[in-house]
Design a protein around this ligand. Sequence first.
Ligand code: ADP
Ligand code: MG
Length: 326
Amino acid sequence: MTDTLLEIEDLHVDFQVDRAIVRAVDGLSLSVAAGERVGIVGESGSGKSATALSVMRLIEKPGTVRAKVMRFHGTDLLTLSRRQLDDVRGAGIAMVFQDPLTALDPVFTVGQQIVEVIHRHQPDVTKTEARSRAKRLLVEVGLPDPDRCLRSYAHQLSGGIRQRSMIASALAADPLLLIADEPTTALDVTVQAQIIDLLARLADERGMAVILITHDLGVLAGFTQRVVVMYAGRAVEVADVQSLFRNPRHPYTVALLGSVTRLDRPLERDLPAIPGAPPNLARLPPGCPFAPRCAYAQDDCRVDRPELRPVGRSVVACHHPMGDGS
Ligand code: ADP
Ligand code: MG
């Protein structure tokens, strides 16, 4: 039996904007087993960050979060008190963001921040011990000069080193689940590949589960076992990574595959973008939200919204999945 770490069923995240309700996440279900690596992929605005932030209970008012189930290690995340929440954040679930400059505090050194995280979760650790642990963490994330990094402020470091420091800080409380939200988007391709390799190694060594969020399927190729493709706040395809690459079923997944970055090759500029724009989440069209951009859409696609169902080795929300003969 697999040990389920994170369990989300029918998650909704709404934002009231002017008179309209933006349905950022619109009925997403997701589970992550202990030690599992799951990728969430989708274009900008598909609800990836809103999903991650709702797990960390970081959606701020007037945003609202509701779900049938939202449990971490059996604990209901939706009803946690402030204190219980502090315990879950860090030691249970830690998060790494796209831009460490906004996540690392500019007025404290990297060392001070990591020491702070260690102390918050283990108040009895001495200052010297906390500092030497911080140094070990910086070595663990592959920094060649950990002492210098401990003394530095975030703005003094390069993007790649900053992101590694951010990862070290996220690991400081030894989380069971790391949520990395576009952790490499701001970095150049070579550094991206290094950071993804680092996350894979750390996950293996620590038996840590990871949710890796990206708009770029290429990043997930060597990293995750399972991929959730999101469009307009919902999962539209879920599959193991090989099946998804070899036999994508949703036309949107096919389109995403057409615009991947290959981490093992130099960056090809001007990759084909998916034609058309993502839908307005405050006013979704009837039927499949991808239909207006879909080369394969038929009349029924503009009427009924497809539900997830198994097709081949995928689970797909599409009336006419690819390679299904229908
Ligand atoms: P992604 O991370 O996939 O790019 P997000 O989860 O950030 O997408 O956003 C999903 C949708 O929710 C977008 O349409 C975005 O504009 C909207 N949204 C996110 N945060 C807020 C907010 N605080 N207020 C209003 N709308 C928001
Ligand atoms: Mg985002």
